[in-house]
Ligand binder design. Structure first.
Ligand SMILES: C[S@@+](CC[C@H](N)C(=O)[O-])C[C@H]1O[C@@H](n2cnc3c(N)ncnc32)[C@H](O)[C@@H]1O
Length: 200
């Protein structure tokens, strides 16, 4: 699906209230994980950050958090909220598939939520390659995959655990995986939390 690979597609959704993914708060699954298993401080990338609630949450927890999104509407909203909340979160308007050019080994970690399901499924391997480039050796990638279900259509484009395991194997190994307890109600039973470690 070519449209989802353009910023215009997403900016249009933001403009006409088609942003049904919006939680208005940090992802409860991220909060749940960080409160039980805090990861060491460092620089963290958040691809497809939207309005940046997770980026601000991570910055408040002491991470040098950088949100990337190619929609100017998302980045403008994210910057405005960070400024209003006086949170030192950074944002860059950027196609995540270009990050490898400037950010090789630049991040200690990545937080992935609802970006992987927003990209064209044909680009999932490219997504994994890009994340493998920007995470330093030994760094982590924490992901809450959604929606884990059969079927097609999207965005959000569904995925299977088996596909995720296959795509991330090689550059990443799974350190921990499980069903989160605190998914928002409409996503319950369709989320899978995985902590990966970059192997090389
Ligand atoms: C479903 S929304 C989720 C936003 C945010 N993660 C959240 O949970 O609120 C997907 C976001 O990814 C962004 N996005 C999709 N493809 C992208 C790409 N190739 N590069 C940068 N951002 C992208 C969209 O602009 C949109 O803001």
């Amino acid at each position: 699906m070519a449209g989802v690979s353009t910023a215009e597609f997403w900016t249009d959704l933001y403009a006409r209230g088609g942003d049904g993914w919006e939680l208005g708060q940090p992802a409860p699954t991220l909060v749940e994980f960080m409160e039980s298993t805090p990861l060491p401080p460092g620089r963290v990338a958040v691809p497809g950050c939207g309005r940046g609630h997770d980026v601000r949450y991570l910055a408040r927890r002491g991470y040098r958090a950088v949100g990337f999104d190619f929609s100017p509407a998302a980045i403008a909203a994210a910057q405005a909220r960070a400024k209003a909340d006086r949170v030192a979160a950074e944002f860059e308007q950027r196609d995540i598939f270009t990050l490898g050019r400037d950010y090789a080994n630049a991040f200690d970690g990545v937080w992935e939520y609802t970006c992987f399901c927003a990209i064209d499924p044909a680009r999932r391997a490219e997504y994994v390659r890009t994340m493998a480039v920007i995470v330093r050796p030994g760094g982590w990638l924490l992901a809450c995959f959604y929606p884990i279900r059969r079927g097609g259509g999207g965005p959000p484009f569904p995925m299977a655990r088996s596909e995720v395991r296959r795509l991330f194997a090689g550059p990443f190994r799974i350190e921990r995986a499980g069903v989160p307890l605190h998914s928002v109600q409409r996503r319950q039973g369709q989320e899978w939390m995985v902590l990966f470690r970059k192997t090389c």
